[in-house]
Ligand binder design. Structure first.
Ligand code: HEM
Length: 395
């Protein structure tokens, strides 16, 4: 890391966090907690001035001769800074046609174009690629609820990553291999760990603190002229690899393909490569369906197909929990209490809340292989396997 990059990183881990925390306490103490403009202007001035002074030498340095890890890290710090400026209304894509921070934008675009990612901070910068110093990972504030959110998200993402990695090994050995049972058990255990971490978040996260003081840092903002959508915990490959390998979602389904297309640059490059590899693999569901007629009575089919269905069920349960518990308690319910002015800013330059919730519901139903869900699901195919298992013979 260059000395300019290191100085900026140290500031992002210290004074930057103090300034955001102080601003959050001011906002949260008001009757109208969603009000941001005109509050803490001296703190906001400090944030702007000190950050930009530290970024200027980085802009002059450009992205030449920087290793991937440090380039990705600088992009993250820059994006975390811009995410905070957006949160404090020091920039707002709705009232601008280009970013007021063109120097930061230029550096972000230079790095992003050279490593092949979106030029904003993504969830990996606060999760899988968020290096701890003395036990503390980067965050926007020192609020306990933000720490809990960052930790629980990463624990959940790591669970999905383990499940995805196990499933990715099955196509090469085939669903009838004895080791496929081992890998399916690993995937199921990892998804059950995701469910436990989601439950902790549900039980322990304070809904108001999350809604008013944490989530606003994840809004869309402009880099150059373009608005880049907000980030969410889902910007990693394995959640989609699980969808695709289980056959619950299809790469050639226009709805799902569009989602993959839109999210791929929000993933780190190693996730992008892994997802592309997965898109060339045959879903396990299709392999089981091909073999069900001839082999449903075989011991391996009884064991491996049963485990396969259990993995599908665990994936569906985690998706239902995300939608029915997390999204409902931490977004939909508090959003229902906002007045119209603030509601417009909640989804600024992103889809309206009901469209966002509707899109998440489609994913939930696909992952649950729900019957009659108004979207294509694998319900009938899974039922065919389940029936063959019950009969212990061909369907
Ligand atoms: C307080 C907890 C959480 C809330 C309120 C929440 C809410 C949301 C929302 C609203 C979206 C839609 C995109 C957007 O934000 O604009 C989303 C996407 C997503 N979230 Fe969460 N989330 C939470 C935690 C998690 C956790 C812990 C995970 C798993 C590790 C997760 C996985 C995903 C995934 C995979 C997506 C992308 C869409 C999909 O493929 O389902 N989320 N989340």
């Amino acid at each position: 890391m260059s000395s300019a990059a290191s100085a900026f990183d140290q500031w992002i881990r210290s004074e930057f966090v103090d300034l955001n925390t102080a601003l959050e306490e001011l906002y949260f103490a008001q009757d109208d907690r969603a009000r941001v403009e005109g509050i803490g202007d001296d703190l906001k001035r400090d944030l702007l001035r000190k950050g930009r002074a530290l970024i200027a030498p980085l802009v002059a340095e450009g992205n030449t001769e920087r290793r991937f890890d440090s380039a990705f890290d600088v992009l993250g710090n820059l994006g975390i800074y811009l995410g905070a400026l957006r949160r404090h209304e020091l920039t707002n894509p709705d009232r601008e046609t280009e970013s007021p921070f063109m120097d930061c934008s230029a550096l972000g675009m230079h790095i992003a174009a050279s490593i092949g990612v979106a030029p904003r901070f993504t969830s990996a910068h606060l999760g899988t690629h968020n290096r701890a110093v003395n036990g503390v990972q980067k965050s926007f504030t020192r609020l306990a609820d933000e720490r809990l959110f960052i930790d629980a998200n990463l624990f959940g993402v790591l669970g999905y990553k383990s499940a995805g990695a196990a499933l990715m090994r099955i196509p090469a050995i085939g669903v009838s291999a004895p080791a496929a049972a081992l890998l399916l058990r690993e995937a199921k255990a990892a998804l059950e760990a995701v469910i436990r971490h989601n439950k902790t978040l549900y039980d322990e996260l304070d809904a108001d603190r999350f809604f008013y003081s944490v989530r606003p840092y994840y809004k869309p903002y402009r880099v150059g002229r373009t608005v880049y959508r907000g980030v969410n915990a889902g910007d990693f490959a394995e959640i989609n690899e699980i969808d695709l390998l289980l056959g619950l979602c299809r790469g050639n389904d226009p709805y799902y393909a569009q989602l993959l297309e839109e999210k791929i640059l929000f993933m780190p490059p190693e996730d992008q490569r892994s997802l592309r590899r997965c898109l060339g693999m045959r879903p396990l569901l299709d392999e089981f369906l091909e073999l069900v007629e001839a082999h449903a009575g075989a011991d391996w089919f009884q064991e491996n197909a049963r485990l396969f269905l259990e993995v599908c069920e665990a994936h569906g349960r985690a998706a239902a929990q995300h939608h029915n518990m997390l999204v409902r308690r931490f977004i939909e319910r508090p959003a229902g209490e906002l007045d119209a002015t603030h509601l417009a800013q909640l989804t600024a330059s992103g889809p309206p809340l009901d469209a966002l919730v509707g899109a998440l519901q489609v994913l939930r139903d696909k992952r649950m292989a729900a019957p009659g869900a108004g979207t294509d699901t694998a319900h009938d195919d899974l039922a065919r396997i389940r029936q063959a298992l019950a009969r212990g013979g061909a369907s």
